[in-house]
Design a protein around this ligand. Structure first.
Ligand code: AQP
Length: 342
């Protein structure tokens, strides 16, 4: 099917590898809600199989998966309107990932910067799953024939690989089966940076809890973390160009803009000439006013874990009903015999 004729379908996921951060909220969750509200067919997933590419304590993983589901719903994802589930309940993801392991090339995966960053110097000791992660991510998306994938900037390279996998599969098997997806990397918060180092992405697995705002942080903790967020002693400049070479300053301006849903140059217009000691109280109030209601709703959902599990189960059934026919057609294309009667 020509890509223009395909119905628009959105897929995205989040790893339950720890507490979700302000980066996940501004860079991913808020955008997921916007796409749900725009009337797209939306499929959202807690990618628990991706999470175990690095070590997770089993009980922590279960809890983080429910927390992430609670964060989706607290942010505005309505499981009646979006499909919401955890990846491991739909085996079609891993089945298609195996086929994509045989389509993707070692050289492609070897160039992935996220693998290099996460494996660090000790590559020999990284899991095979961490290396193969992008092939599973391609399967997550393409097993739904998703066309649009909202993500933060850090996932751009993986989405390019997803496009390459679809193009190579279609070419090798002389079909027009998998869509060549559109990455949706938009807005002021595509890369929220660490509060301790403006050159590093805010990340849930950063060893320093002070580097991030967690969606589970209470008001006092949010205040403390933002008060201590690294800045410099210069006043806020009167243009964005004036913030060049000041990554921590730029990060706080961007966070304010994303929270207030305005452009960074509008923030500059409001605060030009102010010291960060004057700007931070406004930022703190805005962050608390935005995050506290989300945290409160998350806590409400977390009081009933059985209900979260039920929602994820229903979501997984709905997801599987889309994924399985696409997987089975893929097997046919590849040349596998499909003759079981049960
Ligand atoms: N700092 C960020 N700014 C903007 N977007 C971000 N995302 C993550 N961090 C930021 C986006 O959130 C979605 C889910 O990401 P993920 O949790 O699956 O994996 P990640 O990108 O590897 O995030 P973390 O927090 O760094 O996780 P760990 O520490 O476990 O590796 C994606 O759309 C991502 O772009």
């Amino acid at each position: 099917m020509a890509d223009a004729a395909r119905p628009k379908r959105v897929f995205s996921g989040i790893q339950p590898s720890g507490n979700l951060t302000l980066g996940n909220y501004l860079g991913a969750l808020k955008r997921f809600v916007q796409m749900q509200e725009s009337g797209f067919e939306t499929i959202y997933c807690m990618v628990d199989l991706h999470a175990i590419t690095t070590w997770q304590e089993p009980e922590d993983l279960r809890n983080a998966t429910r927390q992430a589901a609670a964060a989706f719903m607290a942010s505005g994802i309505n499981p009646e309107r979006s499909i919401l589930f955890n990846q491991s309940q739909v085996p079609a993801h891993t089945e298609l990932a195996w086929i994509f392991n045989c389509v993707a090339r070692m050289g492609w995966l070897g160039r992935m910067t996220q693998f290099k960053d996460k494996a660090g110097k000790n590559r020999e000791n990284a899991s095979v799953g961490l290396f193969a992660y992008p092939a599973l991510m391609a399967a997550d998306i393409l097993v739904y024939h998703a066309t649009h994938v909202p993500v933060g900037e850090d996932q751009k390279q993986h989405l390019e690989l997803t496009r390459d996998v679809a193009i190579k599969f279609n070419h090798d098997f002389k079909v027009d089966f998998f869509p060549v997806i559109e990455p949706v990397i938009k807005g002021t918060a595509t890369r929220v940076m660490s509060l301790r180092d403006g050159q590093q992405k805010m990340s849930k697995s950063d060893p320093s809890d002070m580097s991030r705002i967690n969606l589970t942080d209470n008001e006092d903790t949010i205040r403390k973390k933002l008060r201590r967020a690294r800045t410099d002693s210069e006043p806020i400049s009167d243009s964005l160009q004036g913030l060049e070479g000041r990554p921590e300053a730029r990060n706080l301006i961007n966070i304010y803009a994303a929270l207030a849903e305005i452009q960074p140059d509008e923030v500059i217009r409001q605060f030009a000439g102010c010291l960060f000691s004057e700007f931070k109280p406004a930022l703190i109030d805005l962050a608390v006013a935005t995050i506290a209601p989300v945290t409160e709703k998350m806590n409400g959902f977390m009081r009933d874990p059985a209900e979260i599990d039920r929602i994820l189960g229903v979501g997984a059934d709905n997801a599987a009903s889309i994924a399985e026919p696409i997987l089975h057609e893929t097997y046919e294309i590849v040349g596998m015999i499909r003759s079981r009667t049960m």
